[in-house]
Design a protein around this ligand. Structure first.
Ligand SMILES: NC(=O)c1ccc[n+]([C@@H]2O[C@H](COP(=O)([O-])OP(=O)(O)OC[C@H]3O[C@@H](n4cnc5c(N)ncnc54)[C@H](OP(=O)(O)O)[C@@H]3O)[C@@H](O)[C@H]2O)c1
Length: 431
């Protein structure tokens, strides 16, 4: 995995990169140098001959080449973030570190160096002020870790980077995951030198080897790797072993243990409203999430009926967890005689928000309705359940509690739930 340094000219990317590369025994790649070498011209001359767009084209070519390499430190040019495709490529196998500094500090560090043509301003200060204002949101969006270099030596900045504990989400796709904002907000709230990044992973064997060798502290595991990850781990927690799927990996000095926090999280969310012990529960769906929840429900003494569009999968799951009954969706009227309904299907999830898996007529005021779909927060099922007087459990609560459990496994600290919850609600688009 690469370490990618971004930031304005004068933010210390090369100085920090040199120290970091030496300390980690890695090669330092200075992208501007590669561009100059490739063009056989100084940056001023490239810009004079081809304009800034020509320079950016060359930068894009070099970025694509560099991003394909592994285990290097990359000091990028200040404008690399201007083209989104550069950031996408660099992040595929890299942790992006944004080095920040005030305009005065940037000017001080650049000094009399006038080897670069100005981008927009009449003078160096104006150029930096305008460019920084334009790029700030792009740096912010690209950054996995942000380090204020003001009043810090390059050694001190390199120290912070080298000592940052990295956690990640591995899966495909991972782009729209809510996990990075939730975990990063929690690290920030407790002042922990941790960072949580996403890695789009196709080959699970290689990804797990990378977690081990790069000293990545922990990983959340999502579709399609929850089952395929198991053979590559050293230990599997009994709850994960029982269902044959992990959603969490913890790395203790190269020893990898797999956990599944979905079942515990669902139970915690449900128990805030009702205890499933001895209750008649209809669980709809038989996918990955259903498996973890059904196992946890049976362990907690629920009387369980599993219904699914594809009946064979419901039968299979019922057999695996020891559920009382199973069937297809023609048995959905059983909800009318149940205490708890749990939707674990994707029905109701954005963009198909007008759908509900259960006709409203079967909902009644003794029923607790738990919809594990969390996007949108208010699904049609939840809205209709409330209208019929049911108690409701939101899907986002399960997401929150599984992230909290992961946080505790990764950091060994109690999770700051309030911060995680408010970050999650904000990420879901409000209240
Ligand atoms: N709140 C949380 O923390 C949390 C955690 C995990 C998952 N989730 C949410 O839970 C949902 C399921 O996730 P998963 O990983 O279990 O997915 P999955 O393994 O793909 O399972 C999907 C399930 O939905 C059923 N389904 C899909 N389309 C359907 C339709 N049109 N009508 C009826 N049934 C349909 C499938 O039935 P068939 O077997 O017939 O295909 C299957 O049972 C997703 O919305 C996911 O975002 C939430």
């Amino acid at each position: 995995m690469n370490i990618v340094l971004i930031g304005m000219r004068g933010s210390g990317k090369t100085a920090v990169g040199r120290i970091l590369a030496q300390r980690l025994g890695r090669e330092l790649i200075e992208m501007d140098k590669l561009i100059v070498d490739k063009a056989g011209l100084s940056i001023s001359k490239i810009v004079a001959k081809h304009g800034w767009e020509g320079f950016r084209d060359l930068e894009e070519e070099i970025t694509a080449e560099v991003a394909r390499r592994d285990n290097i430190v990359i000091a990028t040019g200040g404008g690399v973030v201007v083209r989104e495709q550069n950031v996408t490529k660099l992040k595929q196998n890299g942790i992006v570190v944004w080095l920040t500094a005030s305009v005065d500090t940037l000017l001080n560090r650049i000094g009399e160096d006038d080897s670069r043509p100005l981008l927009v301003g009449k003078n160096q200060r104006e150029d930096i002020e305008i460019t920084l204002a334009e790029r700030q949101p792009l740096y912010q969006k690209a950054a996995d870790i942000t380090i204020d270099t003001e009043n810090r030596t390059p050694e001190a900045v390199a120290d912070i980077i080298a000592n940052t504990k990295i956690c990640c989400l591995i899966g495909d796709p991972v782009e729209h995951s809510l996990s990075p904002p939730i975990h990063n907000a929690a690290y920030k709230a407790l002042g922990l030198n941790f960072a949580y990044i996403t890695l789009r992973v196709k080959g699970i064997e290689r990804a797990i080897a990378d977690i081990r060798t790069n000293g990545i502290r922990g990983a959340s595991v999502t579709t399609p790797h929850k089952v395929t990850a198991l053979p590559y781990l050293d230990h599997i927690d009994p709850a994960a072993e029982a269902i044959g799927a992990v959603n969490t990996i913890v790395n203790d000095n190269g020893i990898l243990t797999g956990y599944n926090t979905d079942g515990i999280a669902a139970l915690r969310a449900l128990k805030e409203v009702t205890d499933p012990s001895g209750k008649r529960v209809v669980l709809v769906g038989s996918g990955g999430a259903a498996l973890a929840i059904a196992a946890a429900l049976k362990e907690n003494g629920a009387k369980l009926v599993i219904l699914n569009r594809t009946e064979a999968k419901a039968q299979q799951l019922a057999k695996k967890v020891g559920a009382e009954d199973a069937g297809d969706l023609s048995k959905i009227s059983l909800v009318a005689r149940s205490d708890i309904l749990i939707n674990t299907t994707t029905v109701g999830m954005a963009p198909e928000t007008k759908e509900s898996i259960v006709p409203q007529e079967f909902l009644h005021d003794h029923l607790t309705v738990f919809d594990i779909v969390y996007n949108p927060k208010e699904t049609r099922l939840i809205t209709e359940a409330r209208a019929r007087g049911c108690a409701v459990v939101y899907g986002y609560k399960m997401l929150l509690y599984q992230a909290a459990r992961q946080f505790e496994l990764f950091t060994g600290r109690p999770a700051p739930l309030e911060v995680m919850e408010s970050t999650l609600i904000k990420a879901l688009g409000g209240g």
